[in-house]
Ligand binder design. Sequence first.
Ligand SMILES: *[C@@H]1O[C@H](CO)[C@@H](O)[C@H](O)[C@H]1NC(C)=O
Length: 375
Amino acid sequence: MHLEFIYSGWRPCCACSISLSVSPSMPALFYRWVFVWEKGYQETDSVVSSVTTKAKGVAVTNTSKLGYRIWDVADYVIPAQEENSIFIMTNMIVTLNQTQSTCPEIPDKTTICHSDSNCSANSADTHSNGVKTGKCVPFNETVKTCEVAAWCPVENDAVVPKPAFLKAAENFTLLVKNNIWYPKFNFSKRNILPNITTTYLKSCIYDARMDPFCPIFRLGKIVENAGHSFQDMAIEGGIMGIQVNWDCNLDRAASLCLPRYSFRRLDTRDLDHNVSPGYNFRFAKYFRDHTGNEQRTLIKAYGIRFDIIVFGKAGKFDIIPTMINIGSGLALLGVATVLCDVIVLYCMKKRYYYREKKYKYVEDYEQGLAGEMDQ
Ligand SMILES: *[C@@H]1O[C@H](CO)[C@@H](O)[C@H](O)[C@H]1NC(C)=O
């Protein structure tokens, strides 16, 4: 007996409800998704970019320790230039005029002492400010601590200034200059768009709705857009991401290839697990006093680092991905037919009925021929 293939494909599928609703529309949907939404007819390339930044703004502080003081860019941007990021100091603990000498440690569990026997000479642990001399000396009227050889007086960073020392940094601005290049299409562009004039650039401030292409950002607004409070973040510091997205369809006009900015806070901050929050580091400025002794001013700087993250993908029509996607789409249509047949012929309750319809049972040719001859 031979099995003759009468019809393959959709008809048995139409007979069964599951296959009817799912199978024929699936490849079509997949096709649409690949071709229309995911632009399966395009060759893609990812972005190559360079970024420079410039901060602007002036702050005034007036404290008993430092007096009346103006803070400009050279004071609060540390270091002067960085790659794809900029650190703005917003808070600090300043320890003035330290010299190499001996002085009492800051009181805590390990440094408070009652007599010299509590302080072993020449020892230092990772958290101490210097090397113990072995003496127990008064820190103030009530507390005595071990004496250390260190940069004295030692820094006391137990209390972080609140509100932040440079709270006015909220109104500082940041100019982000970003050049991008899609090497495969030799397409380049910058985020200072061709229609932006010098006068406009002097006055504009980025706003997601009013001014989405102004490359100048107010620091307060960056943090606000990410859903955080600038004044809170300024106290302990943190890291903000400025994301620049250059998703471009180069089948359309180059002027429609535009940057989209978004902001997010990159240092995760758990309110219930507030251990070692924020971002800070120390640096010192060294100088010699009039007698020639070396002195330094130690600054523990808290601040916000703004990381500029550029990403994007450009697409342009190309015959090769088009052909590949058409080919794989056609193959998929074939797979759907086979899959349908398998379900209908082997899995469904009425499979015998469908099998009967799909295949025609014919007699062996020779036998049939013999039978006919007999008649
Ligand atoms: C920022 O500028 C606005 C408007 O000029 C002003 O009202 C606000 O007090 C400033 N913020 C700070 C922290 O100085």
